[in-house]
Design a protein around this ligand. Structure first.
Ligand SMILES: NC(=O)c1ccc[n+]([C@@H]2O[C@H](COP(=O)([O-])OP(=O)(O)OC[C@H]3O[C@@H](n4cnc5c(N)ncnc54)[C@H](OP(=O)(O)O)[C@@H]3O)[C@@H](O)[C@H]2O)c1
Length: 155
């Protein structure tokens, strides 16, 4: 199964996505949106994002990227390089890239699609999504939700 990549991110007006290991806002409707978009797909995340979640997310094949060869997680697959994805038995070929910044940065050039929850305003943040608009040719219509709007970018 050849994987392809879809990003899922929530960002503010300055592309801020994180603060001190967590997310700068609390938007239950975005958490529901995230669940709906990712359910049934493999989710790929960095070790820090996994630790901020604290546990694998149900209904999704959790894949965690780390450079540590001794890192083990019950209920998640640990990989050390993107090329290892090709050797996994994936739940579905559409791999959802769920962050954080280091993993978005790494996979952004390979993403065929990106779901962005645009959270209006400028929050205190120490982690940012890289500039991305120039990499996508089309921006789907923004859907207004409770406290944010969702746009889907495609190549
Ligand atoms: N707003 C959003 O949608 C959203 C989504 C996700 C996360 N976040 C936030 O983003 C922040 C975390 O992002 P982050 O950038 O600091 O960390 P991260 O991307 O979650 O994880 C970074 C870790 O991934 C591993 N890694 C990175 N590149 C690698 C590579 N090429 N090969 C192998 N392993 C690699 C390393 O793990 P080791 O150190 O173990 O080697 C690295 O320390 C948190 O604040 C989180 O809440 C926000």
């Amino acid at each position: 199964m050849t994987p392809y990549f879809t990003g899922v991110v929530a960002m503010d007006d300055q592309r801020g996505i994180g603060l001190r290991g967590t997310i700068p806002w609390y938007l239950p409707a975005d958490l529901r949106h995230f669940k709906q978009v990712t359910m049934g797909h493999p989710i790929l995340m960095g070790r820090k994002t996994f630790e901020s979640l604290g546990h694998p997310l149900s209904g999704r094949q959790n894949i965690v990227l780390t450079r540590s060869v001794s890192y083990r997680i019950e209920g998640a697959v640990v990989i050390h390089d993107l090329t290892e994805l090709g050797q996994l038995e994936l739940q579905d070929p559409e791999v959802m890239i769920i962050g954080g910044a280091q993993i978005y940065e790494l996979v952004l050039p390979l993403m065929s699609k990106l779901h962005v929850s645009h959270v209006p305003g400028c929050y205190e943040a120490d982690t940012f999504f890289p500039p991305f608009e120039h990499l996508f040719t089309s921006r789907g219509i923004s859907l207004p939700m409770e406290g944010f709007s969702v746009a889907i970018y495609t190549r």
